[in-house]
Each structure stands twice: as C-alpha cells, then as structure tokens.
Design a protein around this ligand. Structure first.
Ligand code: PLP
Length: 351
C-alpha cells in the first residue's frame, strides 16, 4: 500500500542546517545573525495584547507592508510578505515558473531552488559558475523562460554589482528575473531601485539575517504591482494568513529601528573583514564576501576534516558534500568573542 502522491514519493526535500538543542555550540552554520533583535522588538513583545490572538491576523499584513514600503521609498502595492523568504520563493516559483522549462539558475546557489523546481515541475537549466565561483552575466543573456539568482550568492558569498544585474534584467524583458537579496545588507548592492524601471524584476528579501529575526519567519518580495498581484492570487489560493499577528507586530518594530539595524550589520561587516585576514594568515583562501558569512578553503587540510575537528571542539560550520565545493566550508560571522574562539580553535586544527 502506498498512500502518497507521486510528488510525495519522489521529491528529495531541502535539508536545513543543524539546530543543536543544547546551547553549548558556537553556531556558525546557518547564517543567522550573531546579535539579538532590536530592544524595540522585545518591548513590543512584552506589551503584546494576548487577547488579540483570538482574532485572525490582517491577511494583507497592511501595516507591515506600509512600514517596509516607507523604508524603501515605495508603495505597499509593491510589497508581498510571506512566512520567511523560503515561502516567498515558493510562491514566486508557483506564480512565475511553475510547469515551465528553461529556467536559468547557477549550479552553486541556494539549495532550495532545485527543490522548488522539483516541487513545481520546473525544468531548470543549471548554469555553471566560472572556476573562480563568479557568475558570468553573459550566460544569462540567452533564450530562457525565467531566471533566479541569489545576490550575494550563497554559499559563495560573492556578489554581482547593481549594473551587472541591470544588464541581465534589461536583456530579459519577456521573462521574470528573481534576485534573492537575503544577504544584501552585509555589503552588497541592492537592485530594489530598479523595480519601477523594469516590470520583469522581482527582488526577494528576508528579516532572518540582517534583522536578527530568523525565528519569526518573515520574508518579502518587492516588484511592480502586477507581479505582486499575481503572487497574491497564488498566496490566497494556499494560505490567506501567512504572517501571524505576533510576527506582523514585531517585524514592524524591527524595521523601524533603523539605527540598530545599521549598527549591527556594520559590526558584522567589520568582524568579517578582520576574520578574513586572520584566516588568510593561516593558509585559507577566503572569497570576497558581501554576506554575513565567509566561504573558505585551506591550502593543506581537507574541509571535511576541519569541519569534524571544529565540531569536536563545539564549533559548528557548514560543509556541503557536493561536487565543486566539497573542499570548502561556509562560516557564519558571529560576535567578536565567538570569532576569536573560532580562530583560536581553527589555528590549532590547521597547525
Ligand atoms: C539565499 C537564501 N535565500 C533565502 C533564504 C531563506 O531565508 P528565510 O526563509 O529565513 O527568510 C536563505 C536562508 O538561508 C538563503 O540563504
């Protein structure tokens, strides 16, 4: 007896990074923010009117979308919100790519894209990165039915410039180009300002990384009104209330605290530059990162061995046992204190 649909029988699900239960690890494996959310989030949570939970939340997340729009200099009609950018990506795949073929995406990128491709019967055309892990924009100026690129890319941390993305977008006016900017706040160049110039551009963002709210699950998409309306049709055919009342309330507070947002992301950028140099001094190649993580390879010692040795010392980083990147490690930038400990341990490991 097989109770399952063909899809449930066949799909290979995404595997999230490990979330250990005992807090004894230094957790540098899932690109969360090293710092807690804004104190304004804490205050709003402390003051939350619990009786409000008996009602459904605003299905349109109106105040949240207005707050995001104000920060970005856009209108709320340009904003779509979802339960983490993973859900926003799923809705975008269904809205723009479902059942289509020839959707371009890099071979090394966020590993949820191939899973959504399988889930929604998308035939992806996988485009290899160059040997130095950069994207050649000319590879995306070819016939296709849609494009998705993470910028900065993950796990490589490398970024294309705004001008380079614009070249891709303006050469694909018949197809939607999705730019996943999950990590853009840590040094990348956003293309949000181009959404009014190009009606085929959709930018996806998250509060999980630069706003320290991975546990709240809020992501958003930014695009022209027509693209956003299309996504709303799919959303309202799946889950009318993706953002609960608590998440809507707290997300608004986080976004409004621009000062704290700038302070913490700048702290992470500074720590990243310091750690990059220290790793280079002990024989690591470190790619030029515009994200809150580094992608590193040691000249002598195998990545898998370093990963296991770090683990034994209660430090978690991410190792991908995949072609082309199986000698690399992805290391999230933690606090200065965590990173000092990481450096001390990894120095001992690589001798
Ligand atoms: C490139 C990229 N996009 C999207 C996400 C999803 O983030 P979330 O669902 O927490 O918003 C991640 C998470 O690691 C990511 O690396």
């Amino acid at each position: 007896m097989n109770f399952f649909s063909k899809k449930a029988n066949e799909i290979l699900p995404y595997v999230p990074g490990e979330q250990p239960k005992d807090g004894e690890y230094i957790k540098l494996n899932t690109n969360e923010n090293a710092y807690p959310p804004s104190q304004k989030v804490k205050k709003a949570l402390d003051n939350l009117d619990v009786s409000r939970l008996k009602l459904y939340p605003d299905p349109e997340s109106t105040i949240l979308r207005e707050t995001m729009a104000e920060i970005l200099g856009l209108n709320k009609e340009n904003i779509f919100v979802g339960n983490g950018s993973d859900e926003v990506l799923a809705i975008a795949f269904q809205t723009f790519f479902m059942e289509k073929d020839n959707i371009l995406m890099p071979d090394i990128s966020y590993s949820f894209y191939p899973v959504y491709s399988d889930m929604y019967n998308v035939k992806a055309k996988i485009v290899p990165l160059k040997d130095n892990f950069t994207i050649d924009i000319n590879d995306y100026i070819v016939p296709n039915n849609g494009i998705i690129i993470a910028n900065p890319n993950a796990p490589t941390s490398i970024s294309l410039s705004r001008d380079e993305i614009e070249v891709i977008v303006k050469n694909n006016t018949n197809n939607v180009v999705i730019i996943d900017e999950a990590y853009v706040d840590f040094g990348g160049e956003t293309v949000v300002s181009l959404i009014n110039k190009y009606n085929n551009l959709l930018v996806i963002r998250t509060l999980s990384k630069s706003y320290s709210l991975a546990g709240l699950r809020v992501g958003f998409a930014i695009g022209n009104k027509e693209l956003i309306n299309g996504m709303n049709k799919i959303k309202n055919s799946f889950n009318s209330y993706p953002i609960d009342f608590i998440a809507q309330t707290l997300a608004v507070e986080a976004i409004k605290d621009v000062e704290y947002f700038d302070k913490t992301r700048n702290m992470i950028i500074d720590t990243k530059q310091r750690i990059k140099k220290q790793l280079e001094n002990i024989g690591f190649t470190v790619l030029e990162s515009k994200a809150n993580f580094l992608f590193i390879m040691h000249k002598d010692k195998k990545a898998e061995d370093i990963y296991n040795d770090l683990r034994k010392n209660k430090v978690l980083v991410r190792f991908f046992n995949k072609p082309k990147i199986n000698n690399w490690l992805r290391v999230t930038i933690g606090t200065d204190e965590q990173m000092d400990r990481f450096i001390k341990i990894i120095k001992e490991i690589v001798g």
